[in-house]
Design a protein around this ligand. Structure first.
Ligand SMILES: Nc1ncnc2c1ncn2[C@@H]1O[C@H](COP(=O)(O)OP(=O)(O)OP(=O)(O)O)[C@@H](O)[C@H]1O
Length: 330
């Protein structure tokens, strides 16, 4: 098998990125030296302007993919384009346009938050020293660290360190932000802050690619998502469509749960679960209208307190795809 499209003699027209995609991979594969197939034939397309959630349990290949996208490791086979350029070959031109927060920010613990940003900015040969102060203050402000900017980074909470890392990524205008598990280890308040910042950045037009093992996080912040399991891509697309792909659950609240379950089963409902006065089931596919089911319950003497279809979540979609739960421990 050839390693690259160039070696295969293919033209850029055949292997180049689709217009409108900020990240695009074709058959991207990584087998580590020990033989571990961490990423297996990944075809990913991240639309410009999206907040793209890269979802999968621990060990599913998310970090390995991000490391290939950022040119930190070479793929075993397949191609990756970022901002229209082939990685890792174009790392030098691409990486300055990408703000990345991968595996926790590398901070200088004995410098203040502000001092850290000044240091990062100074290390950027393209950054004009005359406007450094303004850039640093602006970045501190963006992430809500202005008040704590004079404190040493080692005294920062995990959430503050994460925000300082984001501030570093925001020193320059970026076409793309890549965040690997940005809320990992944060308390609920810290998570909310990072998520709200991601939403603000997206509203300004920055494409954000973020990995997460938290389904509800993806549902809350992302417009699009890709789901990985064991190195393979299960599905990708707009979050609303992914969730809609899974059927919703029918839920009935009643003091007559036994009769309700029997009647629902007679009408083709499957996956019945009775918990106290609540009976839920998979909504029957096509044909049977929820209103008809409700009428059948009432006809059968079931006293219906509440009846509804619960919207399918991304988690339902994941379970439907894999036939298993979203096991965070992987
Ligand atoms: N340097 C390496 N050498 C060998 N195997 C590795 C290496 N890095 C990762 N792996 C293996 O590759 C697989 C995918 O790991 P990866 O870190 O990409 O997954 P992940 O989805 O990012 O999970 P996590 O959230 O735990 O980092 C795992 O089985 C992991 O053990």
């Amino acid at each position: 098998m050839t390693d690259t499209a160039a070696e295969a003699g293919e033209t850029e027209a055949e292997t180049g990125p689709v217009p409108g995609s900020v990240i695009e991979t074709r058959g991207l594969t990584k087998r580590y030296r020990g033989g571990q197939l961490a990423v297996d034939g990944l075809d990913l397309a991240v639309p410009a302007g999206s907040v793209f959630g890269f979802l999968g349990p621990n060990g599913s290949g998310k970090t390995t993919t991000i490391r290939m996208l950022m040119g930190l490791i070479a793929p075993t086979s397949g191609t990756a384009h970022v901002l229209g350029c082939r990685m890792p070959a174009a790392s030098r031109t691409v990486l300055p346009q990408v703000g990345a927060l991968i595996e926790g920010p590398a901070l200088y613990p004995f410098l203040t938050g502000r001092g850290n940003l000044v240091r990062f900015d100074s290390a950027d040969p393209a950054a004009d020293p005359r406007t450094r102060r303004a850039r640093v203050e602006n970045a501190l402000d963006r992430v809500g660290l202005a008040a704590a900017a004079g404190k040493k980074a080692r005294t920062y909470s995990l959430g503050m360190k994460q925000r300082l890392g984001l501030a570093a990524a925001l020193l320059q205008p970026r076409g793309l932000l890549v965040l690997d598990e940005p809320t990992n280890g944060l308390d609920p308040q810290g998570m909310r802050e990072i998520r709200s910042l991601v939403r603000d950045l997206a509203a300004e037009g920055t494409t954000v690619f973020l990995s997460s093992h938290l389904l509800d996080e993806i549902e809350q912040v992302c417009t699009h998502a890709a789901v990985m399991a064991r190195g393979r891509l299960l599905v990708q697309g707009p979050v609303a469509e992914l969730a809609a792909g899974a059927r919703g659950r029918l839920a009935v609240t009643t003091p007559d749960p036994g009769d309700a379950a029997r009647i629902l089963a007679e009408h083709g409902a499957t996956g019945l679960v009775t918990e106290g006065d609540r009976v839920s089931a998979d909504a029957p596919p096509g044909g049977t209208e929820p209103a008809d089911l409700n009428a059948a319950l009432v006809r059968g003497g079931v006293r219906v307190r509440a009846f509804g279809i619960e919207r399918a979540s991304l988690e339902d979609a994941f379970v439907a795809l894999t036939g298993e739960g979203f096991d965070v421990a992987g």
